[in-house]
Design a protein around this ligand. Sequence first.
Ligand code: FES
Length: 143
Amino acid sequence: MLYSEKVMDHFTNPRNVGTMEDADGIGEVGNAKCGDIMKIFLKIKNDIIIDVKFSTFGCGSAIASSSMATEMIKGKPLSQALELTNKAVVEALDGLPAHKLHCSVLAEEAVKAAVKDYYDRNGIAYDHGKFVQTHDCGHCGED
Ligand code: FES
């Protein structure tokens, strides 16, 4: 079977789907090649992510990745959310097919973009090095 049960579960029954009117940070990222777009909304209190929502216009793997990523950062401090890697998301999903790994990168980038937005809005100083995009999906986003 191409997709794990967890991927199928998070794809057919995604957690934390939606948008947020009063988000403290919003991150939107896209994969230029496949055209998929992911948006993450964070509600933050005392440096803790007290609520998170996502809306993803994309493939099943991107939806499953965003669902899993929101579950992994909900209730966690921002510092921990910034450490979330696409690899951790893929592991939590019990794997993704190799040609779908790039879809999970969107989840990592969307979370980081939302935290950065929160920092920017509130004039909080941060280490810009943490937000450098390390992954270029151009070569792997064919489908
Ligand atoms: Fe575009 Fe999965 S994110 S194909």
